[in-house]
Design a protein. Sequence first.
Length: 427
Amino acid sequence: MGSNRGLALVTALMVLSFLAVIGAALLSTTTIDTTIGINHRIRTQLTFLAEAGLEDARESLRARVEARIAADPAVRTLTEGITAVLRDHAGADGTLAASRDPAVLLDAAATDDVRFLDAVAFPSGEAAIGTYTVLLRNDTADGASSATDTNEIVTILSIARIGASTKTVEIDVMKGRFPDLPAALTLGGGVADDAFGPGRSGAFRVDGTDAGGGPPAHGVGVVDAASADAVSDDIAVDPPVRGFAYCGAGTAFPASCVTDGPDVENVGTLMDARLRTPEGLERLATSIAGNATHQACPTGNWGSPEAPSVTVTGGDCAMRGAGHGLLLVRGSLVMERNARWRGLVVVMDDAACVTTGPPAGRHWTVSFADGARIDGGLFVANTGGDGSALADVCVDAAGSGGIRFDTDAIRNAAAGLPFHPIAWREF
């Protein structure tokens, strides 16, 4: 038999070699897992960082657009305000960079665009994990490089950077606001005979002439021809004849109002589709309520021209005092004596009209006391129908005061509403 000397050593070396291979594999797996974990953490942080840039930019965009409109008399509309901000950031060549490549967008030699937000550390201070840089561009419909807005939609591009790693997130945003109204007083539901109580004091007036200097709107807008006839008849039977107090785009105040009668127009086809259905109105109401600054019926000085309120009531409202901004009433509205509101008033009642019988039993969707006035616009609807269509509305304008159309006041009413995302893309 041969000698077995050295066999134990060979066996030990083989075992050690095997364990070394296993250990190296485990070490390699651990290293790979650690690297994967680090990369995943960085990717997650980059996403959150880019989203922080988008949120910061949405609020900054709202403030900058409103500031440009307020500061420049030549900039009146929202599209003009957005255009002004786009041009502020377009650089010397007057165009915006269409590239999505961070290497291009972060290279000052490659584009002269003015960065909307530049290398903002987040979180701020020594604990910052990275930075975000935000640029503006136009949406696809207007052309990404165009500095002229036509549709109130812009694109915000946020580039997050952690060390050498970057991530780009892009969103299209649209300014939150109530749809344009075609009349100083827009009645979103049908109006039956005797459901429009016109001013009987000799002083109530609905004027569609734009105090903001824009084109005139109609005095009273209704959804169908029958309602137009009902409102016109209600005005005509009120002695003395009050047709001259309801003027707008259909008449020239005051002479044409006297000869042609009140400016009451069927604007059903001119109204935004969201204003014609309970579902559309509920979506608008939900959006407004989500940005409310006050949730009560105004009873004093409410908001200001510099800081307009977004006020939502949970039911009927008897308004007193003065207010500025956007008022959404989820019930009936009584404008008390000398109450004033500058901005946009939206009334969404759900109770049936009762316009005859004892005064205590009557229910008007909106009623005005002496001296009550709205400078801006008033939209009235009743969502208490069968759910598929709006119910009839009724308005008692028996007091003095009135409604004066004012696009500046309406625009300012939406100043507190944000730009909200409508499309999202990651790169």
